[in-house]
Design a protein around this ligand. Structure first.
Ligand code: ATP
Ligand code: MG
Length: 427
């Protein structure tokens, strides 16, 4: 009952008898009724009182019902307007419905309960429209929040990808330090040997006790040791050179021509500290003379992720695991390079295989895995290199990744550029 009392109805009709009878009838049902004797007044009241529903006659002097109706629809399209129409006024009634009237009743009113029915029906519909509008607004707000979260997620992902790159670079630096340590260590030992021997010879010489055999042995030692220093320093220099190139390749997306096998070997040396202790071996099956014009940094990222994953996920307990790279060119045309990577580690279940390229998928959460490694590899292969990558695995037996890369590599700035692969046939 309380609800009905608050409902305000505006009746616009030029016939006082109609207004009075509608007013009287509705007030008996606890509606609050305001009435207006012409269209102009009706509109004024409409704006002042904001009624919940309007009854409006069609034929009125000064401003007719259709005009009133279209003005109300413009001001408040969700307020129900019910037309009061004379018998035989069908054309105008149809026009009113077209303009936005919600319902109509026919004069003379014989059964006043028709009014109640029409009011109820219209108010119900208005409530539904309002509810729908609230849902729509809620949905819009929710959608905006979701878009915002998605945007934040994208930004976080970019940051993670960036930090993953930096971590790879950090690993590389550790690899460089480790590898260079050996030749530098040997050179230091050799240099200190030269220092000791030279000071011995010097003492003998100063004391006038230097024998011919002492000098001959010294010269022989010097020859061998200086040669060892030279070989080890040369090794260190060449390691520094290739590491420098890999580090630059990882941080800068530059395209250059390189020998695939040599580059693969250089990257594997940088990864040695990561797999040396597991006792696993890495075999490469690749022609010596495959040269490609591509993004070496991209290959370095792919190789690093594959090998580290084999070590971490494939051989967590296994000693003497085996990793193999088989590189080949498509036989029909020299337009595709295929990299078949395999390890004989623990393998993956069907579910793991289906998720391996998903960002953030990891079975090592909380133990250092971010789950971005293979999704980065997937993006590099499919986007940077324009190729495809597939994963197959048999739990307990092996894991295999098959990468196929067209030799037309997408360019960093222009859409595509022809990368080329050259094989020098030695006869
Ligand atoms: N060679 C493999 N052998 C067995 N499982 C693997 C191998 N490579 C990947 N996986 C599985 O796929 C998952 C996803 O690999 P991915 O490299 O994307 O993430 P991650 O190694 O767990 O973490 P991140 O590389 O970010 O440190 C791994 O958690 C692992 O379960
Ligand atoms: Mg990984």
């Amino acid at each position: 009952m309380n609800k009905i009392k608050t409902i305000k109805i505006l009746v616009i009709d030029d016939e006082p008898y109609i207004r009075e009878s509608i007013k009287g009838f509705l007030e008996d049902y606890s509606y609050r009724v305001i009435d207006a004797e012409n269209g102009q007044k009706g509109l004024e009241y409409f704006e002042q009182e904001s009624p919940d529903l309007v009854f409006c006659d069609l034929r009125m002097p000064r401003m007719d019902g259709l005009e009133v109706l279209s003005k109300i629809v413009k001001i408040s399209p969700d307020t129900p307007v019910i037309i009061i129409s004379g018998v035989g006024n069908i054309a105008d009634t149809v026009e009113a419905l077209r303009l936005g009237a919600w319902d109509y009743i026919i004069k003379p009113l014989q059964d006043m309960t028709v009014l109640l029915h029409s009011i109820e029906k219209s108010l119900e519909r208005a409530a539904l429209i309002k509810e729908k509008e609230i849902y729509r607004k809620d949905l819009e707000a929710l959608n905006a929040r979701l878009l915002n979260s998605l945007d934040n997620l994208e930004k976080t992902k970019d940051k993670l990808v960036q930090s993953e790159k930096m971590a790879a670079l950090g690993g590389l630096v550790a690899g460089v330090a480790h590898e260079i340590n050996t030749p530098v260590g040997i050179a230091i030992t050799a240099a200190s040997f030269i220092k000791d021997k030279t000071s011995n010879v010097q003492e003998l010489y100063t004391a006038g006790n230097l024998k011919k055999s002492d000098l001959e042995s010294y010269l022989k030692n010097m020859g061998e040791v200086s040669n060892s220093i030279f070989i080890n320093m040369e090794r260190a220099a060449s390691l520094i050179k290739s590491f420098k190139q890999i580090a630059v390749d990882q941080s800068v997306e530059n395209k250059r021509r390189f020998n695939f096998k040599r580059y693969l070997q250089d990257v594997l040396i940088s990864l040695k500290p990561a797999y040396r202790n597991t006792g696993c071996t890495v075999n490469i099956d690749c022609a010596d003379d495959i040269e490609i014009l591509s993004y070496p940094g991209a290959y370095s990222q792919i190789i690093s992720n594959l090998v580290i994953n084999s070590v971490v996920h494939g051989f967590p307990n296994k000693k003497n695991g085996e990793i193999s790279f088989a590189i080949s060119m498509s036989e029909l045309s020299n337009e595709e390079l295929t990299i078949r990577y395999k390890d004989n580690g623990e393998g993956m279940t069907q579910e793991q295989v289906s998720k391996v390229f998903e960002p953030f998928y990891t079975t090592m959460r909380g133990q250092g895995g971010t789950g971005l490694g293979m999704s980065i590899v997937y993006n590099i292969v499919t986007q940077t290199l324009g190729g495809t990558i597939e994963c197959r695995s048999m739990p307990g037996v092996e894991t295999e990744f098959l990468i196929t890369v067209p030799l037309v590599v997408p360019d960093a700035d222009s859409a595509h550029s022809k990368a080329f692969l050259k094989i020098n046939y030695h006869v």
